[in-house]
Design a protein around this ligand. Structure first.
Ligand code: ADP
Length: 624
């Protein structure tokens, strides 16, 4: 038989120690947020209780009233936050207040730089939660009893490596957190100070936050009643005119654990067939796990103001995973589960409308001066929308920005609409080039004829772009075409000498082809080149060289597809080659021509050493 030890001393998980170290030593610039974090936890605990009580009313223990009470003792230098929420068992306490269970913790610690300033920003992004208590306290006592259980638990720690847990008797359900303030934080044990912090950070909390009145009771001996300090209604229920920007910002910080203001938001009530309210925020910057496609997505689901679940991933597609916010509806049962959400008509409708609202919000940002502030952190994620959201493909595509040959900035700033707006007369397609880097794209020989004729080409150097162009085959009725694939039909072709489709191959071309047997599928005179001697192109439906490179780098088997060598017969090298009589030398030069075409487009040679040997041989000959 095992007996529960009365009092145990346990060590914090090492990540908690690391976090506490940062909290205690570097979060001095914005200390007042401790209250917001603790009140936020208290309100979550009350939401959890309400939700559990839907199926088991006995958990309310005959006390359905819920509130968060904030008390202070100026002389004793303490602040106490007490809630009537779900509470914690001994196991809960050890797990929740001794470890960090949150997914993404590893990435978070991986992202820490050791520099206190940047790291304290990161902590903000991560949400310090309970451990924020140690910003102002050098000792924290937690008294808690889980609703529906008999015994309470007392937890205590000075935040330096260890904590204690022991049973205690406790009549009230819920949790009480007593902060023994550091000497230099005594200012917080003050009625006005605490009230102003509650108004500033926690006004939108849907539960009453109560404090003693600021004036003492009239009659000696009469216990003064508590006053509600916040507005205590769910923010999204209030009418928009009554909500200030500051209210929205504070609410965003509450749900997102972000220290910084959101970039923008959209708040909608729908009262048609379905009744629902949505409030969505675009954060001011990227969360640290933005590129983790499996990261939790931040939409909270409420049914008639009762909190149902976090990260309801059915509510938004993955490519909008940077959006934070809430959905509240009357049209779902209170006991809705994730499984039910997956095939629920109401959810499908709300999701469809939510996507449109958010795209509308981004469109407004796109019309503004500072779209790059949005596009820089979130553009790459938005691009995934072209791939996964067929219904909104064109609308998402309109929001994308690209680098181009007519725009010398590396930062992508050209929209498909503005591209079309300056298309040359007679130009039939939107041209693009994909490459590993912006620099490789910019200097690719494939661009020569486009430059010569003033036709703009979009330069795509983001790996996801390869998939974007596969799904976005046209925009506004114009096909998207790679400059490295197929035959070109460019405005200005009329002025060029006609190249009949089935013109007989010249001897020279046939000789080149024989010399490059197995390396290329064909050799043909180029219409693409003005300055370079040669380049490689694919057939219309071939996989691009860039995509082959990406897939290989990801460890995938890619069949070796041979490409077409296009040659510029006016180039001195080709003119020289055409007169070469020695067979061996002709073959060597032909291979060299092929190899430099591979290099020029950022490709990799199968046998780089042989290439170097060949070049050196020619250098020696030339010098000799
Ligand atoms: P987070 O709230 O982001 O999960 P915290 O460090 O703030 O992280 O809290 C860890 C966990 O401790 C919470 O998820 C919750 O389960 C529990 N907890 C914290 N405060 C309370 C409270 N007042 N009542 C009940 N449980 C709480």
């Amino acid at each position: 038989m095992t007996t529960t030890p009365n009092k145990e001393t346990l060590g914090f998980q090492s990540e908690v120690n690391q976090l506490l170290d940062l909290v205690i030593n570097s979060l001095y610039s914005n200390r007042e947020i401790f209250l917001r974090e603790l009140v936020s936890n208290a309100s979550d605990a009350i939401e959890k209780l309400r939700f559990s009580a839907l199926s088991d009313e006995s958990l309310l223990e005959g006390e359905p009233e819920n509130a968060i009470d904030v008390e202070f003792d100026t002389e004793g230098r303490t602040v106490t936050i007490r809630d009537s929420g779900i509470g914690m068992t001994r196991e809960d306490v050890i797990a929740n207040l001794g470890t960090i269970a949150k997914s993404g913790t590893r990435e978070f610690f991986g992202a820490l730089s050791g520099d206190a300033r940047t790291d304290s920003q990161l902590i903000g992004q991560f949400g310090v939660g309970f451990y924020a208590a140690f910003i102002v306290a050098d000792r924290v006592t937690v008294l808690t009893r889980k609703a529906g259980t008999a015994e309470g638990v007392r937890w205590e720690s000075d935040g330096r490596g260890e904590f204690t847990v022991e049973p205690c008797s406790r009549a009230r359900r819920g949790t009480e957190i007593i902060l023994h303030l550091k000497e230099d934080a005594s200012e917080y044990a003050d009625n006005w100070r605490l009230r102003s912090l509650i108004k500033k950070y926690s006004d939108h909390i849907a539960v009453p936050i109560r404090m003693l009145p600021t004036t003492p009771a009239e009659e000696e001996g009469e216990a003064p009643g508590l006053e509600t300090v916040n507005s205590a209604t769910a923010l999204w229920v209030r009418s928009k005119q009554d909500i200030s920007d500051d209210d929205y910002k504070a609410f965003y910080k509450h749900i997102s654990h972000d220290f910084e203001d959101p970039m923008s938001w959209v708040h909608t009530k729908s009262e048609g067939k379905l009744e629902y309210t949505t409030l969505f925020f675009v954060p001011g910057r990227a969360p640290y796990d933005l590129f983790d496609r499996d990261a939790k997505r931040g939409i909270k689901l409420y049914v008639q103001r009762v909190f149902i679940m976090d990260d309801a991933e059915q509510l938004l597609p993955r490519y909008l995973r940077f959006v934070r916010g809430i959905v509240d509806t009357r049209d779902l049962p209170l006991n809705v589960s994730r499984e039910i959400l997956q095939r629920n008509k109401a959810i499908d409708t709300i999701r469809g409308a939510s996507i449109k609202k958010i795209l509308g919000l981004i469109e407004t940002l796109a019309e503004g001066e500072d779209y790059q502030k949005f596009y820089q952190p979130f553009g790459r994620v938005l691009k995934e929308g072209v791939i996964e959201d067929a219904a909104n493909r064109e609308r998402v595509a309109k929001l994308l920005r690209f680098a181009s040959t007519l725009d010398d900035k590396a930062e992508p700033a050209v929209s498909l609409e503005s591209y079309i707006g300056r298309m040359k007369e007679g130009q039939k397609a939107i041209y693009y080039l994909t490459a590993e880097t912006h620099a490789t794209a910019k200097s690719s020989p494939h661009l020569e004829v486009f430059r010569a004729r003033g036709v703009e080409v979009l330069l795509l150097s983001d790996p996801v772009d390869e998939w974007v162009v596969q799904h976005l085959t046209e925009f506004d009725g114009k096909p998207l075409r790679s400059v490295t694939q197929g035959k070109l039909e460019l405005p200005g072709d009329e002025a060029q000498p006609e190249q009949p489709e089935d013109a007989p191959e010249s001897d020279f071309i046939a000789k080149l082809k024989a010399a490059l047997e197995g390396k290329v599928s064909a050799v043909r005179p180029s219409t693409r080149l003005t300055d370079s001697p040669a380049c490689l192109v694919g057939d219309d439906y071939d996989m691009s060289a860039n995509l082959q490179r990406i897939l290989r780098a990801a460890g995938q088997e890619v069949p070796n597809s041979t490409r077409i060598l296009e040659v510029n017969e006016r180039h001195p090298l080709l003119i020289r080659l055409a007169t070469e009589e020695g067979e061996e030398r002709f073959n060597e030069l032909a291979v060299l021509l092929f190899e430099q075409s591979v290099l020029a487009e950022g490709g990799r040679l199968e046998d780089p050493a042989a290439f170097v040997r060949r070049v050196n041989q020619f250098l020696v000959d030339a010098a000799g």
